[in-house]
Write a protein that binds this ligand. Structure first.
Ligand code: GDP
Ligand code: MG
Length: 284
């Protein structure tokens, strides 16, 4: 599969990230809980050095709970702080905020002991497209506004959202580009909607997706699409679903392109049920 991620675009994103990173003490790295390896970007590991790093497995409401636990254990073993969250859920966001405060407080104390100053801890959110960065920032900042609503101006810092007197969040996220190191990663990113539709062959992606699902989550697939025979190649499955859904072109030909788009949109909206595509130490 040929993915075209423009080099100029990538260089600009990298430069912007490097500049923002200079301003922060903490990096909140959003990964998609359904594809934590594919949605990570190893290019930045070195740049995070010396910063508090916090991994959020976002969209965990779409992910397989048992596998999310496996991922959290994996991060814990590597001494990387991680939490699973649904950025649209208030309870989850409150839990994430509490943890962020604790981390910020610990970092602040460390700086105070070293330098004798009360430093404001600054954090930024980073992640690949569509992983939920803007939603996450709005949720975290929204809670902050609600809390300090009686003090006009407090949360109106230009670029920084003040969460507590000593903790601020950059209001624009750092955009990481998707990793394109192998075909499998590219497919997983296309399934979760982090690679633009225009640059992928949508029927090819949907056919692979259906084949992967026949292995990983056959029951989800047969229940949603009422398929009797899963033992077919992806393109045949696509045709079968198009026919079942009445997606036909003139001449009663299955409209597989439209069907492919629908299937991927439904997956991205969580309609297939809870799924996780990857486990730690897989070759993706
Ligand atoms: N179900 C669910 N949807 C989410 C979550 N976080 C974000 N979204 C949705 O995912 C889509 C992309 O989110 P957005 O914040 O724009 O991603 P960004 O490109 O990283 O800024 C939007 O439709 C959000 O409503 C989550 O944790 N769970
Ligand atoms: Mg955004």
């Amino acid at each position: 599969m040929n993915i075209n991620w423009y080099p100029g675009h990538m260089a600009k994103a990298k430069q912007m990230m490097q500049e923002s990173l200079k301003l922060v003490d903490m990096v909140i790295e959003l990964l998609d809980a359904r594809a934590p390896s594919s949605s990570s970007n190893p290019d930045f590991n070195a740049l995070y050095a010396g910063k508090v790093r916090y991994v959020v497995l976002n969209k965990s409401d779409y992910a397989d709970k048992t596998k999310t636990e496996t991922w959290l254990n994996h991060f814990e073993k590597q001494n990387i702080k991680a939490i699973a969250a649904n950025a649209l859920n208030n309870t989850d966001i409150k839990r994430v905020r509490d943890l962020l405060f604790d981390l910020a407080k610990a970092k602040q104390l460390e700086i105070k002991q070293r330098k004798g100053i009360n430093k404001t801890i600054r954090a930024m959110v980073v992640g690949i497209p569509n992983v939920g960065k803007s939603t996450f920032i709005n949720s975290i900042a929204g809670a902050a506004k609600a809390k300090t609503g009686d003090k006009p101006g407090v949360t109106k810092a230009r670029q920084w959202v003040r969460i507590t007197p000593y903790f601020e969040l950059l209001d624009t996220p750092g955009m990481l580009w998707p990793r394109l190191d192998n075909a499998r990663t590219g497919l997983h990113l296309a399934y979760i909607g982090s690679i633009k539709e225009e640059i992928i062959d949508i029927e090819e992606v949907a056919a692979h997706f259906l084949e992967d699902m026949t292995c990983l989550y056959p029951r989800h697939l047969s229940e949603r699409y009422k398929l009797e025979d899963l033992n077919q190649d992806g393109h045949k499955l696509l045709e079968a679903i198009a026919a079942k859904r009445g997606m036909l072109k003139p001449g009663m030909v299955p409209d597989t392109e439209r069907c492919a788009r629908v299937i991927l949109n439904e997956y991205q909206a969580g309609l297939l049920g809870a799924t996780t595509l990857e486990l730690p130490d897989n070759d993706l």
